[in-house]
Design a protein around this ligand. Structure first.
Ligand SMILES: Cc1cc2nc3c(=O)[nH]c(=O)nc-3n(C[C@H](O)[C@H](O)[C@H](O)COP(=O)(O)OP(=O)(O)OC[C@H]3O[C@@H](n4cnc5c(N)ncnc54)[C@H](O)[C@@H]3O)c2cc1C
Length: 445
């Protein structure tokens, strides 16, 4: 069985590892544009902040490691075209320009995503950067060596982490977003505002509700300021963090996709043509909270999908269970976790949602305590859990995975109120904070 994998970061690497382990007769060839594989973007801000010192130590696999498993790894190769009828791909060697063709019995598309380029005038100036792969990481780190001021455009998780990281290096930072609060897809306003207070206290200048319109440059063609609908902000570097979109242009018009280009798959990760699978940020996913296809570019999803695609290469063995878009971020020492829908995102999706919030110490009063706040979002009529948010300086964020699993299984908020959770004074109170939060939604007797 000849297996071709396009793209080798999270989804591609996990697909290759699983396919090599599961299918002895698999002859696997991987094509990857970069000169490296398996770089975790999540390490970039940690490197800028100085927490993770060495970018090169972050790769969690290498072409050599995959080759030891029997795969052929072609780095610096761009897959330029796929002929699904002939089961053939056309690739370009990015070093010597040589064009070659290869065939497949099974194809796994793991081409991932690319940063959204917001429409801001003069984005071609020097020192306007994007943040995705190893090369970007090196460039940002090198520019941050000498830059005194940074502007980060986009206050999603990538932008927020970068802004805090620049500040930790002693740079003057402005974080700009047209939304009213940071992390608008992940948290309702009360949670986001807590994190915003901490960022502001630390010295990050927050420009929420401002739309970036254009950049200004100096005589050397380097960015010197960003102009928003509120005015000018001087800066020496700017990083565009406006989200990501599927890198699937190659397949446009050939495969079923969502409007943004995310490739639709069935629950076994098959796309709309035979013997082709998709995994990772290139794919549309089933969102169990929304009960619809959605775009949720997350590494954990990518790894799972890569494994599942590999398991299904020969026959349908393993279903993709969908996602709740579960994620965690740590901002100025505050841990914030979210899963499913926020009250705001449920409203945007036209779902009649209600929410309860609960704040308490995370363990008994006789122990040192931190405050924990949990917010649960549920559907008005069915009482089905739709989402959850947790924040605390204590390390309690793993509880978000519990809420995620509850949503995946279609549990109601009433069931969560009495779900069986442990108690130990080192970790919790006799009634777990998730039970207590859910209890607030119980109807009166
Ligand atoms: C700064 C940052 C921080 C993040 N932090 C987190 C986090 O903490 N937790 C989390 O869950 N997620 C995080 N994410 C999201 C996560 O990185 C992505 O979900 C993940 O990288 C998706 O993996 P993937 O393999 O599907 O796609 P990608 O990582 O996009 O990889 C796709 C690969 O395919 C290659 N490729 C594309 N087209 C071709 C072609 N035609 N020919 C050859 N090769 C091709 C690309 O070069 C690339 O290497 C973060 C993202 C960013 C940008």
């Amino acid at each position: 069985m000849k297996v071709v994998v396009i793209g080798c970061t999270h989804a591609g690497t996990s697909a290759v590892l699983s396919a090599a382990a599961l299918h002895r007769d698999a002859r696997i060839t991987v094509y990857e544009r970069n000169d490296n594989i398996a770089f975790p973007s999540c390490g970039i801000a940690l490197n800028i902040a100085g927490t993770a010192k060495d970018l090169r130590s972050m790769f969690y696999s290498t072409p050599e490691a995959l080759e030891k498993l029997g795969a052929v790894v072609k780095i610096r190769h761009d897959v330029a075209a796929v002929d699904f009828g002939a089961r053939m791909i056309k690739t370009g060697n990015m070093v010597n320009g040589e064009v070659t063709y290869d065939t497949y019995d099974k194809l796994i598309i793991a081409t991932g995503s690319w940063p959204v380029m917001p429409k801001i005038e003069n984005s071609g100036l020097k020192n306007i950067l994007i943040c995705k792969n190893y090369d970007h990481a090196r460039e940002i780190a090198s520019k941050a060596e000498s830059a005194k001021k940074a502007a980060v455009i986009g206050a999603g998780p990538v932008g927020v982490e970068l802004a805090e990281a620049f500040q930790a290096r002693g740079m003057e930072v402005i974080l700009i977003d047209q939304e009213k609060h940071i992390l608008p897809r992940h948290f309702d306003a009360p949670f986001a505002q807590e994190a915003m207070k901490l960022l502001t206290r630390k010295g990050v200048h927050l420009a929420m509700g401002e739309r970036a319109c254009s950049f200004k440059g100096d005589l050397n063609g380097r960015v010197s300021a960003i102009t928003t609908d509120w005015g000018d902000h001087e800066t020496s570097i700017a990083v565009l963090c406006a989200g990501s979109r599927p890198d699937t242009g190659l397949f446009k018009g050939k495969l079923d996709m969502l409007e943004n280009g995310a490739i639709k798959a069935d629950e076994y990760m098959h796309v709309s043509v035979p013997d082709v699978f998709v995994a990772g940020d290139a794919a549309a996913v089933w969102n169990n909270a929304l009960k619809a296809h959605d775009y949720v570019p997350l590494a954990a999803n990518a790894v799972r999908m890569g494994m599942i695609a590999a398991r299904n290469l020969k026959s349908n063995t393993t279903k993709y269970p969908g996602t709740q878009s579960t994620s965690v971020i740590r901002i100025c020492g505050l841990n914030l976790a979210s899963t499913g829908l926020t009250e705001e995102s449920a409203a945007r999706a036209g779902i009649g949602a209600l929410a309860v919030s609960f704040t308490d110490g995370h363990r008994p009063e006789f122990m040192p305590q931190e405050e924990v706040t949990a917010r649960l979002v549920y559907e008005g009529g069915s009482r089905r859990l739709l989402g959850g948010q947790i924040m605390s300086k204590a390390d309690v964020v793993l509880a978000i995975n519990t809420i995620s699993a509850c949503i995946q299984k279609g549990m109601t908020i009433d069931e969560l109120a009495f779900a069986d959770f442990f108690f130990h004074p080192y970790f919790s109170k006799p009634q777990d904070f998730l039970n207590r939060a859910a209890s607030l939604a119980l109807p009166p007797l």
